[in-house]
Design a protein around this ligand. Structure first.
Ligand SMILES: NC(=O)c1ccc[n+]([C@@H]2O[C@H](COP(=O)([O-])OP(=O)(O)OC[C@H]3O[C@@H](n4cnc5c(N)ncnc54)[C@H](OP(=O)(O)O)[C@@H]3O)[C@@H](O)[C@H]2O)c1
Length: 159
């Protein structure tokens, strides 16, 4: 396993391209086994406060960016996938960090108390991006999945 730290703005094509080059130079011929799209912006935008700008910014960072970061890193993931068999992180995987707040089923009763048109909508759309990627990349041996979060929530609850 290799460990490196770098910064990137996932909403900036040039920045993603620079990160890609940096990662490519580190992983070399082995490719990239796992891409985790974790970056996101959150906000509380109820029916009174939601704006077109809040909707579009959340969609751009939380939904569009994970798709295009994945597209950018696809050659590295395909290189890793070609070196192994089966399906999983040992081979190649894209993990999109979503949220239970992106679940339409969860948006009832108490689950509807958290008001954010922008965040909830962007994460619901991210789930569909993930499913589309899974449908397209399964034949390459690249696992694509959403997780509701990476670790304990702000209240210390389990994953
Ligand atoms: N916290 C929870 O309870 C919870 C629950 C469910 C799901 N999630 C999801 O888990 C993930 C992480 O959540 P968190 O609580 O750690 O969120 P957070 O504390 O708000 O951190 C979000 C991270 O995303 C980065 N980011 C935002 N816009 C970016 C951009 N354009 N380019 C690159 N990085 C950007 C932020 O960087 P800067 O600080 O530099 O802006 C920050 O490091 C998110 O996808 C979130 O939706 C969190």
């Amino acid at each position: 396993m290799k460990f490196a730290v770098m910064s990137a703005d996932v909403d900036n094509e040039q920045s993603v391209s620079s990160a890609l080059q940096e990662v490519a130079s580190i992983v070399g011929n082995e490719g990239l086994n796992c891409l985790i799209n974790n970056a996101a912006i959150g906000n509380t935008t109820d029916l009174n406060t939601v704006t077109p700008e809040a909707m579009m910014k959340s969609f751009q960072v939380n939904t569009v960016a994970p798709l295009f970061v994945t597209k950018a890193f696809l050659p590295l993931l395909q290189t890793a996938a070609a070196r192994s068999s089966g399906m999983g992180i040992h081979r190649a995987a894209v993990i999109n960090v979503s949220s239970i707040l992106g679940s339409i089923t969860h948006n009832w009763a108490e689950g509807a108390n958290f008001k954010s048109y922008a965040y909830r909508t962007s994460k619901a759309a991210l789930n569909m991006v993930t499913r589309c990627l899974a449908a397209d990349l399964g034949s390459d041996g690249i696992l694509c999945m959403s997780l509701p979060r990476l670790g304990p929530d702000r209240h210390g609850g389990p994953l």
